[in-house]
Write a protein that binds this ligand. Structure first.
Ligand code: 8YV
Length: 315
């Protein structure tokens, strides 16, 4: 009999990975269940694997219903929705999708940075609305090249963002829990406020954890100041969103490029009508190439686990 795998979020699968998934596992899809609670009460004990993503919670409430689960394979690099320590305690393996999404997420940060500082969406709209011939040239915007960049969280994605911005002649500084000897050319700050005070652009690329929740608060935003820009490709709650909205409305910061929000898919309405604010619907990793690579990893980790081989990307 095939191992039973519960899917909490759908995977965009290439044919080969889909074939693997469907030939090797019995797949149960939570979104096909009229009564998910009753379904879990009936089937929970048979479930040995879980596929999850950026929205569902894999917490004690769920894990208690899955007494025989062996592996949680998440189609994300960020694991803020998975109770990893409880999984460890219960002997449940956890895998994620690092590395394969680094480039696209870093590309998205650059796109947001250029888009908000150069007001690309608003300027595009200006042309589309026929305003150029009537109202004349679009107002001038902000130079990107050479600006001082502060990266909050110099992990794989933060480092890929730094590398790209080196190409723009930007001096790079960072905040991280500890200094990273592998980046001697970057300035280290052990305080986000100090980083912000010495940056023109703050790019947030840290994991969401207790310690990083609202790490970008009012004090940090005021240290960045009225000419500073914020880019967030990490998770919404790393920024005090209400304070960011206030700072943008009151022009205490110059603009923002945001891929992630506190209550996705809801976005504060104040952010929708400012030329210096660009929003995206959490699409950092959303390219054909990267989403395929992520989904393949999710399936390959399940296959490895159930054939007794080492996991590809264990947490
Ligand atoms: C999501 C992400 O995985 O990897 C992460 O942590 O936030 C995204 O890449 C994506 O939305 C698929 O669920």
């Amino acid at each position: 009999t095939k191992p039973v795998v519960l899917h909490l979020q759908s995977l965009p699968l290439e044919p080969r990975a889909a074939e693997d998934l469907h030939s090797k596992f019995e797949n149960l899809f939570i979104w096909e269940q009229a009564d998910p609670a009753a379904f879990l009460a009936e089937k929970g004990a048979s479930i040995r694997g879980v596929v999850t993503g950026v929205r569902p919670w894999v917490n004690q409430e769920l894990l208690d219903k899955l007494p025989n689960v062996e592996i949680v394979s998440s189609n994300t690099v960020g694991l803020d929705k998975v109770d990893v320590s409880l999984c460890k305690e219960r002997g449940v393996s956890v895998t994620n999708t690092p590395d394969v999404l680094t480039d696209c997420t870093a590309d998205t940060a650059l796109a947001l940075l250029l888009a908000c500082m150069r007001q690309i969406p608003a300027a595009h709209q200006y042309v589309c609305d026929g305003r150029w011939p009537k109202e004349g040239d679009y107002p001038v915007t902000n130079k990107v090249s050479g600006k001082r960049v502060g990266v909050v969280g110099l992990g794989r994605i933060g480092a890929a963002i730094g590398k790209r911005l080196e190409g723009f002649g930007c001096p790079i500084s960072y905040y991280s829990r500890s200094k990273k000897p592998q980046y001697p050319e970057y300035n280290y700050y052990n305080s986000v406020v100090e980083l912000a005070r010495n940056s023109d652009i703050l790019v947030v690329a840290c994991a969401l954890e207790k310690a990083t929740t609202k790490i970008i608060n009012r004090e940090v935003l005021d240290a960045l100041g009225p000419t500073g820009f914020v880019v967030n490709i990490a998770r919404g709650p790393v920024i005090d969103e209400a304070e960011l909205v206030k700072a943008l409305v009151e022009k205490r910061v110059a603009g923002a490029g945001l891929d992630v929000f506190v209550n996705e898919p809801e976005v504060p309405k104040e952010l929708l009508s400012m030329a210096n604010v660009v929003v995206q619907p959490h699409v950092g990793s959303a390219t054909y190439e990267t989403r395929n690579a992520m989904a393949n990893l999710v399936v390959e980790n399940l296959v490895a686990h159930f054939s007794g081989k080492p996991l590809l990307t264990p947490v």
